[in-house]
Ligand binder design. Structure first.
Ligand code: 5GP
Ligand code: MG
Length: 190
């Protein structure tokens, strides 16, 4: 990954822009229209998984033409071992879920562990229904997760991306577009 982040310019760290601000805005409006149509007769709560989904959430909810409620949770994945370890905080601090229809909004689907965990926790707490909306889904996620997201913004190749909420070591979240983070070797090649 990009070395010595604090001393290099932003552009040196970024590779290809996968989705521009305009492309994201167009797709977000399309997803919001689908959600609006699907939930016409069903009051629901949008659950945002922080921090990565923050811009996606604020943009998409402002285009959902229904009286929604909003809740926020943190789910941390530690990737030190062979499989991600999920923080148990989530289930303990969960808002009142019983009998409610929940739409989970996530930034990106990679192994699917985070989403799977969220769905299970919500169902265990008695959610009436759980649907999921992800901005990005990484190629091959179908082989890594049983659950299928109900709404997907874009499918992307197996690359590490930043921007529009997505970070590398807490940086780049505020980029208005989604770009590939360059590997150190890429940078060496100019
Ligand atoms: P999963 O549980 O599906 O493997 O991973 C989901 C979480 O890992 C995401 O919510 C995000 O926090 C992080 N993640 C996975 N892939 C990427 C990526 O390409 N870029 C960034 N910034 N985060 C990612
Ligand atoms: Mg996330």
């Amino acid at each position: 990954m990009c070395a010595e982040l604090s001393h290099v310019s932003l552009s040196a760290c970024l590779g290809e822009v996968l989705f521009t601000q305009e492309q994201i805005a167009d797709r977000v409006r399309e997803l919001a229209a689908l959600i609006t149509a699907d939930y016409q007769d069903t009051p629901f709560v949008v659950m945002s998984v922080l921090k990565g989904s923050v811009f996606f959430l604020t943009d998409i909810t402002r285009h959902i033409d229904l009286p929604i409620e909003m809740e926020f949770v943190r789910i941390s994945t530690y990737r030190g071992g062979t499989s991600p370890q999920l923080e148990p905080l989530f289930a303990e601090h969960l808002f009142s879920v019983e009998g409610r229809h929940v739409l989970v909004v996530e930034d990106i689907l990679d192994t699917g562990a985070t989403l799977q965990y969220a769905i299970q926790a919500l169902l265990d707490k008695g959610a009436a229904s759980v649907r999921t909306c992800v901005l990005l889904a990484k190629q091959g996620y179908e082989t890594r997760i049983e659950a299928r997201p109900d709404y997907i913004g874009f499918c992307i190749p197996n690359v590490f991306v930043v921007g529009y909420g997505l970070d590398y070591e807490e940086r780049f979240r505020n980029l208005p577009f989604v770009a590939v983070l360059r590997q150190r070797n890429d940078g060496d090649n100019g």
